[in-house]
Design a binder for this molecule. Sequence first.
Ligand SMILES: NC(=O)c1ccc[n+]([C@@H]2O[C@H](COP(=O)([O-])OP(=O)(O)OC[C@H]3O[C@@H](n4cnc5c(N)ncnc54)[C@H](O)[C@@H]3O)[C@@H](O)[C@H]2O)c1
Length: 331
Amino acid sequence: MTDLAGFFRGKRVLVTGGLGFIGSNLAYRLVELGADVILVDSLIPTYGGNLFNVRGLEGRLRINIADVRDEHSMDYLVRGQDVIFSLAGQVSHLDSMKDPYTDLEINCRSQLSLLEACRKHNPGVKVVFASTRQIYGRPRYLPVDEAHPLDPTDINGANKMAGEWYHIVYYRAYGLATTCLRLTNTYGPRMRVRDARQTFLGWWLRLLIEGKPLRIYGDGQQLRDFNYVDDAVEALLLVAASHRANGEVFNLGGDEPISLLDLARLLIELEGHGEYEIVPFPEEQRVIDIGDYYADYTKLHLALGWCPTVSLRDGLTRTLAYYHEYHPHYW
Ligand SMILES: NC(=O)c1ccc[n+]([C@@H]2O[C@H](COP(=O)([O-])OP(=O)(O)OC[C@H]3O[C@@H](n4cnc5c(N)ncnc54)[C@H](O)[C@@H]3O)[C@@H](O)[C@H]2O)c1
């Protein structure tokens, strides 16, 4: 068992993308563990950052509104940190196709400049990068393990892939302590649900609460796995605290792969009412769709004992309750 409180107490920790969904959930845990936390976020209005996400943490951490594309700010901010969680990202797959250069700047170039800043000004820091299952593209076999070829279907996947590999190169060439986690669909309180650009699950939760039908593309048989955000946060903390994770790439994954149709039915059951409709794939979605996906997370389990602890049913129930209570801050 890793002693996370022992590791993080008093540690200086920077979280880029810290006002977003995963970053803010991570921030609560870090503060609870006694870390000295700075959140860096650009609060670009169409992205997931939201000050309400850190409600209750006022005075217990620092917030720096800065853009990771600004090399001068990042050069300064990385200094003196013990751990950096690199979570700032352009996360919409469709947006990456419509505006590939912004995706390139944020998901690729900024990751490189952050690593350069660390190499020059803080070579002893630990960096944990939030990569994505999207870099595998359409699975050739299931479950997908880390040996699966990388073959992204969209610009976001291609840029995240390069962003990830910069971290591995900086470990091998310069000994910088980096770890990459390939996250699967992560959900829970504080995710952006304003529109369908980010997570379809967040959008479905909103439609359900508003009494509108959930829209399923294709035949609804596509399989996906899901992690409740607390489980993803635990994995981020575990790899940050472990030297054995340095230079490694790990999948996260869920234990209950489910078709989108069954997921819609489960949500409707948990909400007590609702309906869904099945519609043809819009062309822009079809060309980047990855088909069925679920991950094999054995590598992380064997290395650090991680496995998901929150069932899909429990996680969705908690998430629905959160948005019923706080939707004015997210709609
Ligand atoms: N949520 C998922 O299912 C999932 C899956 C795979 C990978 N990831 C990765 O995890 C990370 C966090 O994702 P999330 O779901 O919390 O998304 P999110 O959009 O809620 O959080 C990302 C945060 O980064 C900030 N940001 C974006 N561009 C920035 C910039 N240029 N400078 C500073 N801040 C910037 C945004 O304002 C936002 O607060 C991302 O890198 C994403 O690619 C997430």
